[in-house]
Design a protein around this ligand. Sequence first.
Ligand SMILES: *Cc1c(COP(=O)(O)O)cnc(C)c1O
Length: 396
Amino acid sequence: MSDPRQHIMPVYRPPEEVFEKGEGPYLFTESGTRYLDFIAGIAVNALGHSHPAMVDALKGQAEKLWHTSNMFRVRGAEELADKICRDTFADRVFFTNSGTEAVECAIKSARKYHWANGNEERIDIITFTGAFHGRSLGAINAGGNPNYLQGFGPKLPGFVHLEWGDHDALKAAAAQPTTAAVFVEPVQGEGGVRAMPDACLKGLRELCDEHGILLIYDEVQCGMGRTGKLFAHEWVDGAAPDILCSAKGIGGGFPFGACLTTETVGEHMQPGSHGSTYGGNPLAMAVGNVVWDIISDEDFLAEVRRVSATLTQGLKSLADSHPDKVEAVTGKGLLTGLKMKANPKSLQGVCRDKNLLVGVAGNNVLRLAPPLVITDEHVREATNIMDAALSEWVPE
Ligand SMILES: *Cc1c(COP(=O)(O)O)cnc(C)c1O
């Protein structure tokens, strides 16, 4: 029999399981086996699977209108942009279909801002090791990961890649007359679930102000309530960005993203300067409004902070009971994980064999990004499975 995957471009290597249905934090295979989902489509299913309010919103919209393109006004997009600007630093929003496109819009907006202000030499975007910003040519050049650049032609000019934590290099680069912006994830996802210390975010804001350059946050993974604040940078006073990229959790499973800017930046993106056929289409916006209403609620966020503390506690005791295998607990809120002493890829498999789905990230990290709606009971279920998996696991 032929392999049913034979015509899929082989850029992923998924396990055998095929999931058919989801409910809250659980996924079910075609044969009905239940798995606890502690990776949530890589921090996407923020409200779990099949959330009734999201299902209703999508069904209701599907029966009315799917798409008109941005040639016409989209009521849902106007409403969601109002909410976003009410609840965040932002004054302007551009809706996209993915995180990568939010990143592209952010880079273009930063360069356009300087160009419009007569500083067209300011094109360089400063990024850091361990960054991940997506897979377009712009995004892989921003991310700077050599594995993702290999084979795809010359590196693009306009990106300066610095060692994470090298303050001297950062100060020197920020002072260059060609610098446009500093671009960071407040909590790195793919690069190893690594939170930037609060003092550093504040320091970045001050450094950018000092040199008249822009601060861009990639909160595609760490935003939308994942750390217990609506956006992760909100843990730090006085560290608001000029531009922010959101996606993943913002659609809760419906693919869309957003690039948020201040008025000073957004005002220069005039008709013709940017666009998207689907961005902010009625289906995405119907779901997006529901997700935003739920996640932006302060009581919801307080509960995320509470359950995060339970999970962190559970992970710390796992680290204590398996000191030979676990090096540290890492991340922030519900974007967290265990930094391991060896590559955790096979540990991920052992967890899956025990019906727990987890991820991995750079730097030997076993990554957890459960739905934000988990309870203490789900945390207990997950940590019990991880405890058994850690005991059984033999690192390669
Ligand atoms: C996933 C991710 C992206 C890319 O988003 P896509 O929706 O896959 O295009 C960009 N930045 C960060 C931090 C991400 O985690």
